[in-house]
Ligand binder design. Sequence first.
Ligand code: ZN
Length: 389
Amino acid sequence: MSGSLGNGAGPGRAGEWADRTRGMLAGFPVEAAGRAAALIVACYERGGKVLACGNGGSAMEAQHLVAELVGKFERDRAPLPALALHQNPAALTAVANDYGYDEAFAHQVDALGEPGDVLVAISTSGGSENAIRAVLAAKEKGLSTVGYLGGKERGGRLGELVDVPVVLGAHDTATVQVGHLVLTHTICGLVEEALFPNKAVFLDRDGTLIVNRHYGSDPDGIELLYGVVEGLLELRAAGYKLILVSNQSGVARGYFDEGAVARMHDRLQRMLDRHGAALDGLEYCPHHPEGDTSPYAVECACRKPAPGMLRRAARKHGVDLSASWMVGDIEADVEAGRRAGAHTILVGPETAQPPPDHKAEDFAAAVRHILGVPGDVPGSTERAASFRS
Ligand SMILES: [Zn+2]
């Protein structure tokens, strides 16, 4: 009696798709994938966005690419704008109903595309009419175009139309689709490495870098804490960007204005710069929901424990948050660092719930901990802990 795997459907047949995939991956178009990633990096550097389109499995691949860009791939970092053109069923069906399905993507490229954006057209055969028309609309509007392609025709018509054709060397749809998945991951990895190459130490101000004075705003009252200058120099030498992130709700409460914060930070920078330890960035939040000074008396996304200042700085300085650290002396610092995706160190006697990745007696001890851990390895905290035990 033959079972469901009988009649030639045994292990040999079952291994066929894996064999095809191996063959396709052996000829993976590395150089073209790199050029596609470079086009997308340049697009983001000029403030553009990525549009992606395809049908069926290729629609899912468009969505997959968009998910990795908007969310994250391997690094915690600022989100990157991207849209899949089938992801609004109302718009898709309206355009298809009124202008025909062949226009479904082109119409949206016309509506949403801006010069300098990138359109990624995904078609295993390279011949999907709606993807072809989308690419023509994109060229008309000044977008750059990438093709995820494959099939017998070496990318088909799309291969001739797009700026960067990436053609997977397989003749069947299933195997080309596997290649497209690898291509998405390759592009996302290269884009993240290019746009977010830096690691940073985010630093609370009062009680971490300088002596905490009640709503301190007097530049003459700044007193650097023990070991801060030496620690900052060591962190910089180890390749970390040094970025201050400070809650300054005294502005919202009317105790001082933003000019006073600027004078404080200017003095602090000059004191540090005397030793070559000036900070790479200074972010502060002037807000508080219970303040009384317009326009600062608002709830915001930047007041710690919210992660807004870290995210803003990560965008400005191209920071991979998962390779970075937040150092502060209170629970809100730990929480902000954790929510941003950074490792966290709590300095001094306070506690935090959930606890920080590490607790340090003072700034110097925090620096020793950071430098004892390979800063660019995700999950390095756990690994470092096991080194030491
Ligand atoms: Zn704020």
